[in-house]
Structures are given as structure tokens and as C-alpha cells.
Ligand binder design. Sequence first.
Ligand code: ADP
Ligand code: MG
Length: 311
Amino acid sequence: MAVAEFDLIRRYFAVHAPQHPFNQLGIGDDCALLNIPSGHQLAVTADTMVENVHFFADADPELLGHKLLAVNLSDLAAMGAEPFAVTLALTLPKVDETWLQAFSRGFINLARQHNVDLVGGDTTSGPLTLTVQAMGVVPQGKALLRSGAQVGDLIYVTGPLGNAGLGLKLHQGVKCADPRLILRSFNQPRPRVAEGLALRGLANACIDISDGLAADLGHILESSGVGACLQWDSLPLSQQVQEYIEHSGNWRMPLTAGDDYELCFTVPANFTQALPAGCHYVGEIQTKAGLRIVRAGRVETFEAKGFEHFS
Ligand code: ADP
Ligand code: MG
């Protein structure tokens, strides 16, 4: 890396020494050094966002910085892991200081909110590509897996479905009466970290909803060897999403559109009293394979397919 580029990293990303007690050494050497407390497991995930695939070329860089970190923290939340460190690989077509400043502001602000340190990364030139690797800890054996759902479990989500999907449609020209909350859901998802931690010891299975409830719950069903039935009348839908469905007739949108970043989890019925605030019942795990939904007195089956990059 050229000296000028390292100055940029120092200016925008190495804004303070690591704050979290696990992080002994952050940006500046060949590697970061992290100390994991005994009796814990390291949970590691990486997510990439590519211009014109995951975001528009004119996307607000501050929102992009937020979202890039949020989607990674969401994966840790889905495992019940507590985030403490991230690395950032930036591929930039050019050094645009205005862009970098706004991007790092969005990124660092969200990192601070979750007591997460940026401990290293890489900076290269090329088509705009943003990758984060996020690390969290979870007590040995307590991680929330996709494979633990049991027949009879109730299925819950941590918040409304389809707001981000509608947000994408607003960017594509669809109109809506009160777009602020909707655009916020799409641009600035809130990773459900606290909820994920609260679900340890309660949920049998958990996933974050990045590709739509149908596809992501589908992963739980497949990993756990079970099926499920959703109840349309129980789905948490915003006023705006309800109005969109009334006008378009596209009732599957909140189940198939991506980017909500709520958690979907399954829980034994006798634990539902202990769930964190804001969780909504949406259905039940059943023996019969596949995903069904009861809507207007009819049982509809669901093709559990979300967005796939190579299809
Ligand atoms: P090396 O060549 O040894 O891999 P680099 O010169 O690429 O190291 O990076 C120098 C330091 O800056 C390293 O600590 C690295 O982790 C950090 N770094 C580089 N790019 C970024 C970035 N985009 N965000 C955070 N840290 C970065
Ligand atoms: Mg080196």
C-alpha cells in the first residue's frame, strides 16, 4: 500500500486505539491480535457489497458504510454472538476523500454503537467493492444454529417484514404515502444484536432475514429436517406495506423481498413469555416438509426461493 493511502486509512479508519478489552492490537501491524476469553467460541462471518449488484452507483456513502457493517453484525446476531471486532477490505476505483469521509462516518458510528473495533483490513484499487469480516464471541455450545428447529416450535420474527423490499421499489419509482420509515429500513437496517443475545438459551434455531422470510426460514427447515406453516394474519406488516399489497396485489413481496435484516427464530411454546420485546409470532414448525402459509382461509405452498446471484 502506498504511503498516501495509509495516511487515508489512519485519517478515516484508525480513528482510535481498540476500545474493546478483547482487542490487544488493532490497525498498524501486519495482523491484529485478539484475545478470546476461555470457555467461548469465535464466531466469524464475511459479507461483500459490490457496486451495481448490492447498491446503486450514486448511493449515499454514509448509508453504505452503515449498511455494510450492519449486514455483518446481523449475521453475528443470528448466531447469538456478541460482536467485538471487524476488518474492512476496500477496493476503490479512485481516492475520493469526500466519499471516504462519509463512508467511514457511517461505518464507525455504527461500530461505536455496538462497541466494535475496526482492527485491520486491506485497501486496493479496482471496481468499487466493500468487504467486512466480523468477529464475535459466544459461550461454548450456546450459538444459535439453523439446524435446531423442533416440530411444535413456534416461529417468530423480531420486526416488520417487507419494509426494505418496499424501500427498494421506492428507489425504482413506486410511490408510497409515508416513505421515511420505509427508506430507512432499506438504507439503514438496525442489526438485531441485543435480540440475538437475548435468544441464547431460548431459541432452538435462528437466522437473519437477508433474502426474505420464505427463503431464510427455508434454510432453517432444510437444516433441521422439518416443515412449517405461516399465518398470514399474524405477519407484522407496516401500513405502507399493507397499502402496497392492496394496490399491487403482490402479497408475496414481504415474504420474498430481501434486506429486512430481522431475525427469524423458532422457540418452544413454553419459552415465549421470556422473549425480548418486539418479537412477533408468525407460524409453527411442523413434521411435513415444505413451507405453507394460511391466507384468507386457504393453504398456499411456498417456493422457498429468494435472490440468487448465479441464477
Ligand atoms: P500488509 O501489507 O502488511 O497487509 P497493509 O499495508 O495492507 O498491510 O495495511 C497496513 C495496516 O493498515 C494493517 O494493519 C491493515 O490491517 C490496515 N488496513 C489496511 N487497509 C485497511 C482498511 N481499509 N481498514 C482498516 N484497516 C486497514
Ligand atoms: Mg504485512
